[in-house]
Design a protein around this ligand. Structure first.
Ligand code: SF4
Ligand code: SF4
Ligand code: FES
Length: 291
């Protein structure tokens, strides 16, 4: 039977990180999550792995497989050269909890700062009317499964180099779904510019490339939002018109977003692994800071 060689990150924020090597028997159709389950069942019952649906729908099994942010339940072993080791690591943008599990709670704090869907108060829901093309446009944004792979791959969040917060592509997708909803009345453009840090995005499109739901994050969400922000704040005619007409205030303007803290996992120090791996081979030292 064919074997896959998985090299899996192990460690906690308190202990230095390392890689454990495992030889996993491969059956047809196996995905990386199957291999991790085999490891839990046969070699390392204490390996921490987060998963739920095994159907690419809950967004909880996100990790980095051979360096690429991926859903482990959707990543087939047959896509790899089994003669080479397949590395599996936690998402580097977020603080480590243990092994392959990271703390993604920062994302939920950002989500709370977004002005929710705001229909008109004086129009009952049964009287709402909107075009099919508007339904289809908003539907794309609602396919998001909150896997946070786009947040993980985005260099602005991953490198922790900004002094001000950046909400990240997942939440730009959510705001796009609200701003382009024909029934919604709120104006989130000041919020996007000042609190959400939309200007930090330089349209590298890395987020779009990793999205398992194939949401065109940059083309269909971020660029239209950037255009709306630019029209509102940087077009002199719009600026003059806004001064003349006044206009409803952006109710979420000035909202403070939390900063995504740099993972304070194990420091980059000399690593002394606790033991050899399952094959008796030495463990591979690893800098768990993900730097
Ligand atoms: S396109 Fe923007 S949001 Fe997406 S990964 Fe690049 S910088 Fe980040
Ligand atoms: S936009 Fe795509 S990559 Fe980002 S969290 Fe949603 S499903 Fe995941
Ligand atoms: S286990 Fe649900 S998306 Fe992978």
């Amino acid at each position: 039977m064919a074997e896959a060689h998985l090299r899996v990150f192990r460690g906690t924020p308190e202990t230095p990180g390392w890689f454990d090597d495992f030889k996993v028997p491969v059956e047809e159709g196996m995905v990386v999550l199957d291999a991790l389950h085999w490891i839990q069942g046969h070699a390392a019952p204490d390996l921490a792995v987060r998963w739920n649906c095994k159907a690419a729908k809950c967004g909880s099994c996100s990790a980095e497989v051979d360096g690429r942010p991926s859903l482990t339940c959707k990543t087939r072993l047959s896509d790899f050269d089994l003669a080479e080791p397949i590395t599996v690591e936690p998402m580097r943008a977020f603080p480590l909890v243990r092994d392959l599990v990271t703390d993604v709670s920062w994302n939920y704090e950002v989500n709370k700062t977004i002005e929710p869907f705001s229909p008109p108060e004086d129009v009952p829901q049964e009287d709402w009317r909107w075009q099919q093309q508007d339904v289809e446009r908003v539907q794309e944004y609602r396919k998001c499964i909150e896997c946070f792979l786009c947040q993980d791959v985005c260099h602005v969040l991953r490198n922790h180099e900004t002094e001000r917060p950046f909400m990240g592509p997942r939440y730009l997708v959510r705001v796009a779904g609200l701003e382009m909803h024909p029934i919604d009345q709120a104006d989130r453009r000041s919020y996007l510019k000042d609190s959400g840090g939309i200007g930090y995005c330089n349209i590298t499109k890395c987020c779009t490339e990793v999205c398992p739901e194939h949401i065109k994050i940059t083309d269909n969400a971020i660029i239209p939002l950037k255009e709306r922000v630019a029209d509102e704040f940087f077009d002199p005619l719009q600026w003059a018109w806004r001064k003349l007409r006044g206009g409803a205030p952006d109710s979420a303007a000035g909202t403070e977003l939390p900063m995504l803290s740099r993972p304070e996992a194990a420091p980059a120090v000399e690593v002394t692994p606790p033991a050899n791996d399952a094959d008796g081979d030495p463990r591979v030292p690893h800098d768990a800071t993900g730097g």
